[in-house]
Write a protein that binds this ligand. Structure first.
Ligand SMILES: NC(=O)c1ccc[n+]([C@@H]2O[C@H](COP(=O)([O-])OP(=O)(O)OC[C@H]3O[C@@H](n4cnc5c(N)ncnc54)[C@H](OP(=O)(O)O)[C@@H]3O)[C@@H](O)[C@H]2O)c1
Length: 207
């Protein structure tokens, strides 16, 4: 059984937690000040637990970063060495007035916080509302595509499994595509199937 560790039990963290639990994942959540909605999510659920950061990092197959980008500076990044870290954060303050996504993603600055992380970018380009529907009830062929961005092929495959489990069709591409997922990038909010996503990413490799 796979374990998803979620740092940040806010709107996105709780939506992904519910989707993952429905798909058979065990979920660990770390939040500085859990709100009642988070307690009610874990209460009475044997597959969900509130934990501290070190316990989450030690026991999770995938560590989802679901805190505000600015707050992420306070995380203990040393916990993530050699771990699969799924960055779902968006840095809204850098959008400014620019029409297009900058050529360098904020994901680059996330990787710099611990170069030994096995970093994957995904889940950031849809709203938490999208994750609340049970996508698995839909026809697989109609699934929306989700970008899974990493230079670590094994880490990307593990995250692609999570993405598939919560009802999306994963499309894997290299880290040089990360900026395309940022707000104002072409992937952000795009409702496309797998071929459509490959076009948006210009993806040269798909596993
Ligand atoms: N909401 C969306 O639809 C959506 C979609 C895609 C991506 N995202 C991205 O996902 C991230 C979270 O968004 P959100 O809408 O879920 O925000 P949110 O509702 O404000 O939730 C963020 C949670 O993180 C907690 N937190 C802050 N610093 C923390 C720390 N150091 N350790 C542990 N927990 C901490 C916050 O606790 P406190 O409230 O106590 O500070 C809060 O519970 C953002 O980077 C956002 O850009 C959001």
């Amino acid at each position: 059984m796979k374990v998803l560790g979620i740092i940040g039990g806010g709107k996105l963290g709780r939506a992904i937690a519910r989707a993952a639990l429905t798909s058979g994942w065990t979920v660990l959540v770390h939040d500085l000040a859990p709100v009642p909605e988070l307690f009610s999510l874990v209460d009475g659920n044997e597959s969900a637990k509130l934990v501290d950061g070190p316990e989450l990092a030690q026991h999770s197959d995938v560590i989802l970063l679901a805190v505000p980008f600015e707050a992420s500076a306070e995380l203990d990044w040393s916990l993530f060495t050699d771990r699969i870290v799924l960055d779902a954060m968006n840095q809204w303050s850098t959008i400014g007035e620019t029409e297009h996504a900058p050529a360098i993603s904020t994901t680059t600055s996330v990787q710099a916080r611990n170069p030994q992380m096995r970093l994957v970018k995904s889940l950031n380009h849809f709203s938490y509302h999208d994750y609340r529907d049970d996508k698995r009830a839909l026809d697989v062929a109609a699934h929306r595509a989700m970008a899974v961005i990493s230079d670590d092929i094994e880490a990307a495959a593990v995250v692609a499994g999570l993405v598939r489990d919560i009802g999306y069709a994963p499309v894997i591409a290299g880290m040089d595509c990360a900026h395309l997922l940022d707000p104002k990038g072409p992937v952000f909010g795009a409702d496309v199937d797998e071929p459509g996503m490959r076009v948006l990413l210009g993806a040269t490799r798909n596993h």
